[in-house]
Every structure is written in structure tokens, then in C-alpha cells.
Design a protein around this ligand. Structure first.
Ligand code: ADP
Length: 768
């Protein structure tokens, strides 16, 4: 066979081809090796990751079980069939369970340690939670096995699958709150004890305080020197402040202790307004503020509400307004709005009663406006440092308003003033409106007291055993130009009432022989006196006295010393409307203690008393002896006779203590002193008479005299007694006939009695 070139080349090519393939295969191998290494690395990594995840899961499971094992609560995880899936170790330990309850139905799991009733209740609740998907809770005492006597808060939550919102069971959490409940009960008991303590203490403090205030009134009346009077006035002011604070604390503690009572009664709205007006008037006058009262005439005449509490809120807002206002005005506005009446059968209409108190005082910063309604919070304390207060008034008022289904709101501009408005729900009794009050009393400016009407047809009887008190009372009622008759004993009053018809009787309580209550009962039995207003006069101004007097049969009561505004509102209340006339332009003032009239009275009384005292002692009538020396004590002090006043006081004390020997021994000395006083009065009266001897009289023409008598007639026609008195003085300066002079003296006497009828009778004789 021939060997060709080709035969040489072919293996060479083959070798090259094979080498190239080998290289490719080697590269593939390298790739495969690299992939294998990567795969191995990834595998390692995944193994590591899986281990890590297992460790994390184990850690989480450990944490959860640690929490559950240490959780001081009983927790049960139940499925929808109420099979226990999980519970806490604490439950096993506390309830004393030794066998596991997991995978058991709840009933079976708890049957050995919980009553059937409770198991039923738990099952029922769990079914409801599953059905409604709503959480429920309760606080009850539950006895779990040996863990008895504890109070638990049970919380039951549905367990919900977040993926589809389906309920897969329920979780029960029992938290033992026995200690908490006991602590709360202890705290509440302590709180009630505190409130009771405050209430009792306030009461205890108030009792002696009343005595201090009452006795201070006596010192004020009987004080012998201006400085003692001044000290007494300061004691009175401070006692009043203290009393207001104590009343606030008492109220606050009552409210705190849940003992606030709202007592609704029927009452005349006008009487509430008068009372409030009378209380605030002196303070308004003292600070020279203007007071404007606006009463919506369409308000009902009679309300059904808690009068005392309404008054308390009104007075609190008004006294605050006065306290925090140094100049300008305080306005009180009252109005109402009808409310739908719940009971259509009820004759009363429901009503929202509003009152707003506006002042031009210091105002309240916006940031303080909510705070001041909280207890013990006072605003602007640097500016208000000198103004006394507890920070309780507004919070009490707000609580009272809430209790009456109302509230207090405030609008205020700092530096300009404030308006507090309160509203409460109440009822209108009947259909009559207060209108008349608006005509009579609205828009009253009360800078100085002025009697609100005249009633020349009114017949008053004033009964008091003390002549000085009678004279003071006469002076107080004089500006009303009514007929005033006085009686100095109960029997005299009865006798007078038998013979005359009086429209109103003022009756002192403490009188010798027959006291005011007995006299009132006798008068009530006289024909025509069953309904006559008989008003008790008393220095016994203790709270509750009014009710006592009313229960006895009095129509009202007026405390001594008589307050002009109170007297005015009482007189106005009981004077028939037909008798009332516009008030006189100028009102005469009550006479001063040292004036001649008073001295004459003291003298007249003295002459009688100097004989009466030994007689009473002889009859061993120490009660009436004490009453007599009691009044002598104040009368003597009133005219500046210190020694006699002090002696009378010692006798009064001895009388009260039944020390007759002392009185027997000391009476001669007292009488000697009394005689000395009467002698001095006699001298004084003689001197006054000498000083007031008529001046040389001027002669006047017939015409001038006629003109004078015409002016007198005019003054009489307009019931202007002051003008009439001035004209009488004028007449005294001129030369008169004997008949005219005696007529003028009779006029003077009639003037002192405010006897219009007599003056009208006398005037024609004076003219001729
Ligand atoms: P009190 O007056 O006894 O301090 P209140 O509770 O009655 O207590 O009032 C709380 C505070 O509200 C007062 O201390 C005062 O700062 C403020 N306040 C109340 N009324 C007025 C008012 N009319 N004008 C200005 N400030 C007032």
C-alpha cells in the first residue's frame, strides 16, 4: 500500500482536534468544580440559617414560657370548643392543681376546683365572646380551689386569626386585685372619716362662734366707749369671715361625703330676691359700688326649687363680685326659659332659671378661668393677697348647680370685669308672674338706704318692754308715715288689739310677765286677728329661730338690732298693696340715743323702775328682776352712764345665777347710782328746755301767715312730714295768738306720733 502525504497529516489533525476538545473539557470541569463549590457553600449557609432559625424559635419559645411561667395571673387559652390549649404555671401553683389540664375541656379542667355555677358562667361568657368577637370583663370574688377569698378582675378576649378575621378561640385572664380593692376601700373609708371629721369639727366650731357673734352684738349695742365699739366691730367682722369659711368647709365636706341634699319647696321668688338684696346691700354701700337688679317680669311668682341652695349660689357669686371689685358696679340679672315638661299631668311648668352676676372688677385671666371652679384654687393670689377666701365658694356653687341639673359659666376680661352665669332646672308653681316685683324693685340703686314706700293708712302696733327699743323701732318705721302705736307689755298689746284694728304687729319675744309668744297667741284668738301679720322681734338671731317662730304662729321674724333693709322688705311684704304710696323724697332718720326724746324716755322709765326693782326683789320675782336690770344695763350704756350699766350687769348676772343675797345687799347702791343718773338727766332736760326757749318772735302780716298755713296744707296733702316739721319750726319764730301757739304745740306732739289725722284736724284751727 502506498503511503501518501495525506496519510501523514490526518493523525496530526486528529491529535490537535483531540487536544482542543480536552482543553474544552478541562474548562467545563473547572466550571463544574466552581459550581460545586458554590453549591456546597450555599448548602453550608442554608444549614447555618436553619440552625439559627431553630435557635431563635427556641429562644422565643423559652421567653414565652418564661413569661407564662412567671405571670402572676391565671391565663387560659381555649379553642372554640372551649378546650384548654394553654394555661399559666401560676394557676397550677395557686389553685393547687397537680395534674395537667391542657387538652381538657374547660368544664373538666376546672371541675375539681371551681363551683358548677362559676363554670357555667365562664362557659356562657366565653361563648358570648366567641359569638360577638367582643371583649368582656367583670370584677368578682371567685374561689379557685385553695386560692379562695380573692377578688379577681376577669378579662375575656376573643383570639382572632389576622389573616381572615375568624375566631379560633378565647383567652381568659384572671388578675387578683384583692389588695387593690382593699386599699381602695381603706382609702374611701378614710375619706369618709375625714369628711365626717370636718363636718363635726365645723359644727363644733360654729356653736361657740355663734355665741361669740351674738355676744359681740351685745357689746356693740352696750359698748361704753368708741374704742370698745371699734374692737367689737372688728370681732364681728372677723367672726363673720370665720363663719363663712367654716360654712364653706362644712358644705364642702358634706358634698364630698355624698351627703348633699337638694330639698325643693314652694317659695316666693321675690322673697329670695329681697333676702339676697338685703344681705349684699351693706357691703355694696361700704365699697361705694352701684348695684343694679334686673328681674324679668315674666318669671314665675312662686317657684318649686331649693330656695336655700339658690340663695347660697347667688350670694356666693355676688359676694365674690363685691370682693373683687373696687370701683364701678355689680349687676344681678334674673330670667327664665321654659323647658318641656316631662309629666303633662303635672300642674307645674318646668323652667330653666338663670341668674347672671356682672362686675367691673379685676377680671380673671383666660388661663385661670377653668381652674377657679376647682376646690381650694384661688387665682391671681399676689393681687388678691389681702382678700380673704378659701377657694371653695365657686367649687361648692358649681357642685350645687350640678345637683340641680345646671351649671355655672364664666366670661371675663382680665382687668375689666367678669360675668358669672348660673342656670338650674326648677318648676313654676301656678301661672302668676313676678311682674309686680319688677315694677317695684327692679333697677334699684342702693347707694344709701331709702324706704321703698309710704303707707299713711297702715296701722302698726309695736310691742317691747324696753322703752328705748320702742323708740328706736318707732324711728325706723317713721319714714313710712304710718300710724304707729306702742305697747310696753303683752297685756297692754292685747288690750289695744281688742279696741283697735292693727294691720301689722311687731312683738318682742323676751318680755316680763307675759312673753311675746303668749301675747301673740292671745291676740290671734281676738276677732279679726287670725290672719294679721304678727312679726316676732328678737335678738335671738340663731339659725332655725325663724322656723321656731313660724311654727308658733308668728308670720315672720325680725332680728334686733333691726336692719333697715330687712325691716323695709318685711313691711313691704305685709303691707296691703292698696295702702302703698310712692316714698317721700327725703326720709327721716332714727333718733340718736342722746337726743332729748330719748332722755325723756329714760327718765320716765327710770322713775318707774326705781320703784319696781325693790318690789320685784321683795316678791322674790328674780326672773322679772333680771329682765329689768338687763334692759337697764343697755339703756344706761346707751346714754353713757357706765357705772350704772356695770352695776346693772352685775345684778343681771346675780339674777341669772339666783344669788338673791347679792342683790339684797347691792340693791341700795344700785338705786343710789340710778337716782344720781336720773338727777343728771333732769338737769340736762332743764338745760335743754332753757336753751330751746323761744327766741324773740317776729311779727308777720296776715297774708304771710295764710301763706305759711297753705304751705303746711300742701305738705300734709303730699304726706311730707319733714317739710311739715320745717314749717312748724318756721311758725315757732313768729308771733302767734295764744290759740295758734297752743295749736302749734299740739301739732308738734302729733308730728312726733306721725299722726296725720290729728294734724289735718289741727290745721284749720291754726289758720284762724
Ligand atoms: P374665694 O373667693 O373664697 O377665694 P371662690 O371659689 O369663690 O373662692 O373663688 C375662687 C377664685 O376665683 C377667687 O380666689 C378669685 O381669684 C376668683 N374669682 C371669683 N370670683 C371673681 C370675680 N368676680 N372677679 C375676679 N375674680 C374672681
Amino acid at each position: 500500500m502506498d503511503t501518501t502525504m495525506e496519510d501523514f497529516l490526518t493523525p496530526e489533525l486528529e491529535i490537535r482536534r483531540l487536544k482542543s476538545e480536552l482543553r474544552k473539557t478541562q474548562r467545563k470541569l473547572e466550571h463544574l468544580e466552581r459550581d460545586r463549590r458554590i453549591m456546597a457553600a450555599m448548602f453550608d449557609q442554608s444549614i447555618r440559617l436553619r440552625d439559627l432559625k431553630d435557635a431563635e424559635a427556641k429562644k422565643q419559645a423559652y421567653y414565652t414560657s418564661t413569661i407564662l411561667d412567671n405571670c402572676p395571673e391565671f391565663i387560659f387559652l381555649l379553642n372554640k370548643e372551649l378546650v384548654v390549649l394553654l394555661t399559666t404555671d401560676y394557676f397550677y401553683q395557686t389553685a393547687g392543681l397537680t395534674t395537667p389540664i391542657t387538652d381538657l375541656p374547660l368544664r373538666q379542667a376546672l371541675s375539681s376546683i371551681l363551683s358548677e355555677a362559676w363554670i357555667n358562667k365562664l362557659e356562657e361568657l366565653a361563648h358570648t365572646v366567641i359569638a360577638t368577637k367582643e371583649t368582656t370583663s367583670l370584677i368578682e370574688r371567685i374561689d379557685f380551689g385553695k386560692a379562695s377569698g380573692s377578688i379577681y378582675e376577669l378579662l375575656m378576649n376573643p383570639t382572632i386569626n389576622p389573616a381572615d378575621g375568624t375566631v379560633f378561640g378565647v383567652i381568659l385572664i384572671f388578675r387578683d386585685i384583692t389588695a387593690l380593692v382593699e386599699a381602695k376601700e381603706r382609702a374611701e373609708a378614710a375619706d369618709v372619716a375625714k369628711s365626717n371629721f370636718l363636718a363635726n369639727m365645723s359644727h363644733e366650731i360654729r356653736t361657740p362662734l355663734n355665741a361669740i357673734m351674738g355676744l359681740t352684738e351685745f357689746i356693740l349695742r352696750d359698748a361704753l366707749t368708741p374704742s370698745v365699739k371699734d374692737y367689737a366691730a372688728q370681732i364681728k367682722d372677723s367672726s363673720q369671715t370665720l363663719l363663712a369659711i367654716i360654712n364653706d368647709i362644712l358644705d364642702f365636706s358634706k358634698i364630698e361625703a355624698g351627703r348633699l341634699e337638694i330639698i325643693n319647696t314652694e317659695f316666693q321668688l321675690s322673697s329670695l330676691i329681697h333676702t339676697v338684696n338685703n344681705v349684699v346691700t351693706p357691703f355694696i354701700q361700704k365699697k361705694k359700688l352701684d348695684f343694679k337688679l334686673q328681674v324679668d317680669p315674666s318669671l314665675p311668682k312662686v317657684l318649686f326649687a331649693d330656695e336655700q341652695r339658690l340663695q347660697q349660689i347667688l350670694l356666693n357669686l355676688l359676694t365674690n363680685a363685691i370682693k373683687y371689685t373696687s370701683k364701678g358696679s355689680v349687676n344681678l340679672k334674673l330670667w327664665g326659659e321654659p323647658l318641656p315638661t316631662a309629666d303633662p299631668a303635672s300642674p307645674n311648668r318646668k323652667l330653666r332659671f338663670f341668674a347672671s352676676v356682672t362686675d367691673t372688677g379685676i377680671g380673671i385671666k383666660a388661663k385661670d378661668q377653668d381652674k377657679i371652679f376647682q376646690s381650694f384654687i384661688r387665682a391671681d393670689t399676689t393681687r388678691n393677697r389681702s382678700i380673704t377666701g378659701t377657694g371653695l365658694g365657686l367649687s361648692i356653687s358649681q357642685m350645687l348647680a350640678h345637683a340641680m341639673h345646671g351649671k355655672i359659666t364664666l366670661e371675663s376680661v382680665y382687668g375689666q370685669g367678669s360675668t358669672f352665669t348660673f342656670s338650674v332646672e326648677c318648676e313654676a308653681v301656678g301661672t302668676e308672674r313676678i311682674g309686680a316685683f319688677a315694677a317695684e324693685g327692679a333697677e334699684t340703686r342702693t347707694r344709701a338706704f331709702k324706704c321703698s314706700f309710704r303707707a299713711p293708712r297702715l296701722k302698726l302696733l309695736i310691742v317691747d318692754d324696753n322703752l328705748i327699743n320702742l323708740s328706736v323701732a318707732e324711728g325706723i318705721f317713721a319714714p313710712y308715715q304710718c300710724h304707729i302705736t306702742t305697747a310696753s307689755s303683752g297685756s297692754e298689746a292685747i288690750e289695744l288689739a281688742q279696741r283697735h284694728a292693727y294691720d301689722i304687729i311687731f312683738m318682742d319675744h323676751m318680755m316680763p310677765v307675759m312673753n311675746g309668744i303668749e301675747a301673740m297667741h292671745h291676740i290671734r284668738c281676738l276677732p279679726g286677728y287670725a290672719e294679721t301679720p304678727i312679726i316676732a322681734l328678737t335678738a335671738n338671731a340663731i339659725r332655725g329661730m325663724r322656723e321656731t317662730y313660724l311654727a308658733e304662729g308668728f308670720s315672720e321674724y325680725l332680728s334686733k338690732p333691726i336692719n333697715l333693709a330687712e325691716a323695709d322688705s318685711l313691711l313691704s311684704k305685709f303691707t296691703p298693696a292698696a295702702y302703698k304710696l310712692q316714698p317721700a323724697a327725703a326720709s327721716s332718720r332714727p333718733s340718736q340715743a342722746e337726743d332729748t326724746e330719748t332722755l325723756k324716755l329714760v327718765y320716765k322709765e327710770g322713775i318707774e323702775k326705781i320703784q319696781l326693782l325693790p318690789r320685784l326683789l321683795q316678791e322674790s320675782d328674780l326672773d322679772n328682776y333680771t329682765i329689768q336690770v338687763h334692759s337697764l344695763k343697755s339703756v344706761a350704756a346707751l346714754i353713757g352712764e357706765t357705772e350704772l350699766s356695770e352695776a346693772a350687769q352685775s345684778h343681771e348676772q346675780a339674777g341669772k345665777e339666783g344669788r338673791k343675797e347679792y342683790i339684797e345687799q347691792e340693791l341700795p347702791q344700785l338705786l343710789k347710782c340710778y337716782q344720781g343718773v336720773l338727777a343728771r338727766i333732769e338737769q340736762k332736760l332743764a338745760a335743754t328746755a332753757a336753751v330751746s326757749k323761744p327766741q324773740p318772735c317776729k311779727k308777720v302780716s296776715e297774708d304771710e301767715l295764710l301763706l305759711l298755713s297753705q304751705r303746711m296744707e300742701q305738705a300734709l296733702d303730699s304726706f311730707d312730714l319733714d317739710a311739715f316739721a320745717e314749717l312748724v319750726q318756721e311758725a315757732r319764730q313768729i308771733h302767734l295768738s295764744d290759740q295758734q301757739a297752743s295749736c302749734l304745740s299740739s301739732m308738734e306732739e302729733a308730728l312726733t306720733n306721725f299722726d296725720f289725722d290729728r294734724l289735718s284736724e289741727l290745721l284749720p284751727s291754726f289758720k284762724h
